[in-house]
Design a protein around this ligand. Structure first.
Ligand SMILES: C[S@@+](CC[C@H](N)C(=O)[O-])C[C@H]1O[C@@H](n2cnc3c(N)ncnc32)[C@H](O)[C@@H]1O
Length: 759
């Protein structure tokens, strides 16, 4: 396997002390590398050819390494290290190749080194780890008979399935190499028992949202047999970022399905149920508890549910705010969730970049409803782990939950804030009169800064409704990328609620000139008549039996996250003549664009569109605006037909013509939208034979079915920066030029289903 992954090449070097000499060492000679993390200096001890050596690596943040001998004479090394700010990963099979890889500083696009090098993955975007995890994991798993016995007995394992049960794999990742595997597991088991007892009172939990069901999930989790776990070991390395996104997509898909069938149930309960389903499908990311950042998760990434943190191994405890693991006989904190349930305080000299967190210990929280009387917090469990981390100075992941309101509904997100270390702790008497622990966590410098102000600003500006009150759940992944060659920061020039920027990283071409409009324009001669009757609802049109508009659709069209349940031949939204508020759930598409869309130059298709945030299946993207033309007028625009959209053509598997009971057919003409002269961001959305959007015909202000609004919705979950496309649905051989000759247009959508022709 000769694949070499590289995002941005950075110099890596492993400087060690061998026989008192400072030298560069090929780690292929080592059989074990134990990790010790410091902030300015890291000391690793490794066995080199059977001898225990101290390795002194100044300025390294983290060194993870594990070596396994495959066969005599051939050594194999897997190294993950952070030297300075550069997280690197390498898997090599010989010292020479390793050296070669390290020296190849000039290479900007490594493809392969030698046949012996299985892979080198270097990334400062932390897109690494899959190969690292897999190779070592498998080897460790197979190697250790004790572990298999322990696993069979099941008795020893009761913590989160991806943590204690994978103790051995943890070792393999060199986060912990210990002969105390069994006792570690046992300790975790005991801890969890405590948790279950405490759970009843809820007092012990720093984040009790998923409460009882969560405990059930934990219990179920503990019964999952690790041997069935999916191993991502194909040669086509999926980078960890994609792996995380895939799993989260899958989780949300399952969650949405549950939401559809169990609408009365608490949504947090559904999230836990979805997580259990994924677990039973062995879809959780096979990840061990570990210190430091989690590959595939970047600072600023956000999650909707606590269960999502568990699934990807960012924070492995479902309820507790403090997660920890054993290291050299002591539990050390590995991640904390600031859930807003405790009086945690983020402080900073610079409010834009909070860099300290005063985190309250767990237990006895008067803010959480408790049947138990409030007691002094105890120095055990997570509290003890945080205290131990003061000395160890190990990195602790911090995940912050932010709250915002949408209408009357409080929404929340978990945002990964990066690595902190625990600086100190103190005990204080809280307002309850009881002793609490306060831990001071400081953000490790040199990490990308999370611009909270910008984040909140973006949240705000994207989430106002027409009245400036309502907010919607939206958040930008990796919001901080100011280096892109910006053409304009808002192609709509303020006409959309959220700016739509345009970038061109390929050449000097500027955007074509057109008149930006947020709604379709009708020529006076055939302007459709407005609807003059509507619903009288005052409850947000959520009751599908009472709202005549919802009844027309055969039931609710959107879920409470404002996502379309499914495509329909025609959807009727509440409109200007309805008495409901503009925030009503049946007006989603009229609220305009709320995703941070970006027009960008593609390699072969001219301009295209993508989103900087994750898009969930069923989300509204934008309307396809432009001039409404009669079909024959559209035909006369041959030669300038790049932006024509024929209304009423069957796009995807639903046809407007099926929507017999809705709206009226005024006249017998067909219409086309032409976005050449006037249009919106939708005019830049390209065709694909495997699209991720679909056009939905929709009425709200008039009821002429011949010219419904064409609204684009997400067909699937779409990761940030993936191009947005829909199927133009051209008939091959069905497009002619002015002389009646069949025109052929090549398709460059690159999908495996592509026939090579758009028409
Ligand atoms: C509605 S425009 C889309 C935006 C366009 N790319 C631009 O630069 O303005 C449609 C035109 O984009 C190009 N296009 C869209 N999808 C394409 C594809 N899959 N392959 C090749 N060209 C495509 C074709 O020139 C098509 O006529």
């Amino acid at each position: 396997m000769l694949k070499i992954y590289q995002r941005r090449f950075k110099r890596i070097s492993l400087v060690t002390c061998c026989n008192d000499e400072q030298c560069q060492v090929g780690v292929s000679a080592a059989t074990n590398v134990y990790k010790y993390t410091g902030f300015e200096e890291s000391y690793s001890s490794m066995n080199i050819k059977g001898e225990q050596c101290a390795v002194d690596i100044p300025f390294a943040n983290n060194i993870y390494a594990c070596i396994e001998s495959k066969q005599e004479g051939v050594e194999r090394a897997n190294v993950l290290m952070n030297i300075g700010d550069d997280p690197c990963e390498a898997v090599v099979t010989s010292f020479d190749d390793y050296q070669l890889a390290l020296k190849d500083e000039k290479s900007k696009n490594l493809v392969s080194l030698t046949k012996e090098v299985s892979s080198l993955m270097l990334s400062d975007e932390q897109y690494s780890d899959s190969l690292f995890g897999v190779d070592i994991f498998q080897a460790a798993f197979n190697d250790d008979e004790d572990y298999v016995k322990e696993r069979d007995s099941q008795a020893a394992f009761s913590d989160d399935v991806v943590s204690v049960k994978t103790t051995l794999a943890e070792e393999a990742r060199s986060l912990m190499v210990s002969d105390e595997r069994c006792s570690d597991s046992q300790v975790a088991f005991n801890d969890d028992e405590d948790c279950v007892k405490e759970h009843d009172s809820l007092a012990a939990f720093s984040d009790g949202e998923e409460s009882v069901k969560t405990t059930l999930a934990e219990e179920k989790n503990s019964q999952v047999d690790l041997s069935n776990y999916e191993v991502f070991s194909n040669n086509e390395l999926i980078n960890d970022c994609d792996k995380v996104k895939q799993i989260i997509n899958h989780f949300r898909h399952v969650y949405n399905k549950l939401l559809q069938v169990k609408s009365g149930k608490l949504r947090s309960g559904l999230a836990v149920e979805a997580a259990i389903i994924l677990q039973n499908q062995h879809k959780w990311i096979k990840r061990n508890k570990q210190f430091g950042s989690i590959s595939g998760v970047e600072i600023g990434d956000y999650f909707f549910w606590r269960a999502e943190l568990n699934i990807i191994g960012l924070h492995c405890r479902n309820v507790h705010g403090i997660d920890f693991m054993k290291m050299d006989g002591k539990n050390l904190a590995i991640s904390v969730v600031d859930s807003g349930r405790y009086d945690n305080v983020f402080e900073s000299n610079n409010e834009e970049f909070p860099d300290t967190l005063v985190y309250l210990g767990e237990g006895s929280n008067p803010k959480v409803q408790s049947k138990k009387s409030i007691e002094d917090q105890k120095l055990k469990g997570g509290n003890l782990a945080l205290k131990n981390s003061v000395e160890a100075k190990n990195p602790v992941r911090v995940i912050r939950k932010i709250f915002f309101k949408r209408g009357k509904v409080e929404k929340r997100k978990y945002i990964y804030d990066g690595l902190y270390f625990v600086d100190s702790y103190r005990q204080e008497i809280a307002s309850s009169g009881k002793l609490v622990f306060k831990f001071l966590l400081k953000r490790i410098p040199s990490q990308p800064k999370l611009d909270w102000r910008k984040l909140v600003r973006e949240l705000d500006c994207m989430s106002y409704n027409f009245e400036g009150k309502e907010r919607s759940p939206i958040c930008v992944v990796n919001a901080l990328d100011d280096e892109k060659p910006l053409i304009t920061d808002d192609i709509s020039q303020g006409k959309e609620r959220i700016p739509i920027r345009a970038i061109n990283a390929l050449d000097d071409e500027k955007l074509p000139i057109f008149n930006y409009v947020t709604s379709v324009t009708y020529p006076e001669s055939y302007c459709p008549s407005m609807i003059n009757d509507g619903c009288d609802c005052i409850d947000g049109c959520s009751d599908s039996e009472d709202c005549p508009c919802i009844v027309k659709n055969g039931g609710s069209t959107y879920d409470y996250e404002e996502r379309l349940f499914e495509a329909k031949p025609l959807i009727v939204e509440c409109g200007p003549s309805c008495k409901c508020f503009t925030s009503c759930l049946n007006r989603v598409s009229q609220r305009g664009i709320r995703l941070p869309l970006e027009v960008f130059k593609t390699k072969a298709k001219g301009w295209g569109v993508r989103s900087r945030s994750f898009i969930r299946r069923g989300c509204f993207i934008c309307e396809n605006t432009g001039e409404i033309l009669r079909d024959n007028e559209g035909e006369q625009r041959i030669g300038n037909d790049e932006y024509l959209f024929d209304i009423g053509v069957s796009y995807g598997d639903h046809s407007l013509r099926d929507a017999n009971s809705l709206g009226s057919f005024e006249g017998n003409e067909c219409f086309t939208i032409d976005a050449a002269r006037v249009g919106n961001v939708g005019r830049f959305i390209n065709h694909s034979c495997s699209p991720n959007l679909f056009p939905q015909s929709l009425l709200f202000d008039h009821d002429n079915k011949r010219m419904p609004h064409i609204m684009l919705f997400a067909m699937e979950d779409i990761p940030p920066l993936n191009e947005l496309t829909y199927d133009y649905n051209y008939e091959k051989g069905g497009v002619c030029d002015a002389n009646g000759n069949i025109k052929i247009k090549h398709c460059y959508c690159d999908s495996s289903d592509c026939l090579g022709r758009m028409y």
